[in-house]
Ligand binder design. Structure first.
Ligand code: AMP
Ligand code: GLY
Length: 423
């Protein structure tokens, strides 16, 4: 069969790599893709938001299955466009992707259906938000309602900071219309865990757990980023936590979406925080995590195409999801200066070292081919993933492999997965 993947980052590289292992698949396309993805897929230069062009491409090339990797096209309704043209596509429709597209929606959903989350209020008027903040307890969390590349969340330690935050989000519109509405919520403390789930509209199955490191610098300092590295499994995601979330979070979320007439088919990413009072949902995403995918899929035993098909057909119960009893660590090699200002276009050397390796992989996040050379083309450039017998082993291997590649302004955190040493 022929598969089209929509997106062009490390997540889509990991998806394309996993799809390439399916014996059912003869040909993979990834639009727009990147220089690394081009090793396993043909990459037509169609942007992820060009829905009609993508659907034309799928029709002309007789694509059997399209997988949407990114959030923007999902929230924008790409699945509806494909379905309207009779094309087989994996991902939530627009009315379900809103679970990621609007934080106000997801918070209201959790409140209505008693899914545990931080207490919150929603505001469209900056003056009212400010008034509320005058008598709030600090720290407090401000969130832009809409999509903001994972950066629209401000943790404020005082009223002054929060007032400034309201200005940034609602008046200066740093994240555009994403800040027309904001959610102000209780600050929670605890370990964060990401759980990616396959959903078929009615049923849900969780993948193995992962943890992301969102801050730019070692010791969780610096700005929030899309993610500087991940590890899987999370030792903090215990059987007890899993049992709690099975009862109060996963299926209840599916049932809530169904009750709202928004059946969710695709990947539900549940961002949890394990507070002293128990797990709470921090956020939902309507897609695979990036870079969570780079540690979760290398550990997955199933043919992922079978799982995608079962989700689309509403037959997830026919799948016995299985993961290796090992661990994975992914260290992001970024351009120095990310997530703010950074330069691009530097040649990447040493990629050949990964050829034929069974337990070390390089997933390209931001790279492109220029004059026959692979060059840096983004803030996050590469994800170096290694498998090991346990997290310590995987971490040592991943950091060793980060030395195999070089490019100017190469930057990484040195403590990815370090929290696990404390366990
Ligand atoms: P989100 O995009 O909602 O996951 O938020 C991004 C990051 O901000 C999370 O991964 C947390 O580290 C932090 N965060 C979000 N909400 C809260 C909260 N209520 N309490 C503490 N930290 C939070
Ligand atoms: N790594 C966090 C995300 O994909 O949203």
């Amino acid at each position: 069969m022929k598969v089209l993947i929509v997106g062009g980052g490390g997540r889509e590289h990991a998806i394309a790599w996993k799809v390439s292992q399916s014996p059912k698949v003869d040909k993979i396309y990834c639009a727009p893709g990147n220089a690394g993805i081009a090793e396993v897929a043909e990459c037509p230069s169609i942007g992820a938001m060009e829905f009609d062009k993508l659907a034309d491409f799928a029709e002309e090339n007789k694509i059997d299955l399209t997988i949407i990797g990114m959030d923007d096209p999902l929230v924008g309704g790409i699945v509806d466009v494909f379905e309207a043209r009779g094309l087989r596509v994996f991902g939530p429709r627009k009315n379900a992707a809103i679970i990621e597209g609007s934080k106000a929606f997801s918070k209201d959903l959790m409140k209505k259906y008693n899914i545990p989350t931080a207490a919150y209020e929603t505001f469209s008027d900056p003056a009212e938000a400010e008034k509320y903040l005058e008598t709030s307890e600090y720290p407090i969390v401000l969130k832009a309602d809409g999509l903001a590349l994972g950066k629209g969340v401000l943790i404020c330690n005082s009223f002054e900071e929060a007032k400034e935050g309201v200005k940034t989000l609602m008046l200066d519109k740093q994240f555009g219309s994403a800040g027309d509405r904001i959610v102000i919520e209780e600050f929670l403390t605890g370990r964060e865990v990401s759980v990616l789930c396959f959903c078929d509209g009615t049923k849900i199955q969780t993948m193995t757990s992962a943890q992301d490191h969102k801050r730019a610098k070692d010791g969780d300092q610096g700005l929030n980023t899309g993610g500087m590295g991940t590890f899987s499994p999370s030792p903090f995601y215990t059987e007890e936590v899993d049992a709690f979330c099975k009862q109060y979070v996963y299926q209840p979320t599916m049932d809530a979406m169904k009750a709202e007439g928004r059946d969710f088919t695709g990947i539900l990413f549940v961002g949890l925080i394990l507070t002293p009072k128990g797990p709470r949902v921090l956020e939902y995403n309507a897609r695979f995590g990036d870079p969570e995918t780079q540690v979760v899929l290398p550990r997955m035993k199933n043919d992922i195409v079978d799982v995608f098909e079962a989700c689309i057909d509403g037959k997830l119960e026919t799948i016995d999801l299985q993961f290796e009893d090992n661990a994975a660590v992914c260290v992001i090699l970024a351009s120095d200066g990310y997530p703010e200002h950074y330069e691009k276009g530097f040649a990447i050397e040493g990629l050949d070292a990964f050829a034929g390796k069974e337990d070390s992989f390089v997933f390209h996040a931001g790279s492109k081919l220029a004059d026959g050379k692979i060059v840096t083309n983004g803030g996050r450039v590469l994800g170096i993933t290694a498998l090991g017998k346990d997290l310590k082993d995987a971490r040592a291997k991943a950091y060793a492999a980060t030395e195999w590649v070089s490019f100017e302004n190469k930057y990484m955190r040195h403590d990815i997965g370090k929290a696990i040493d404390e366990v």
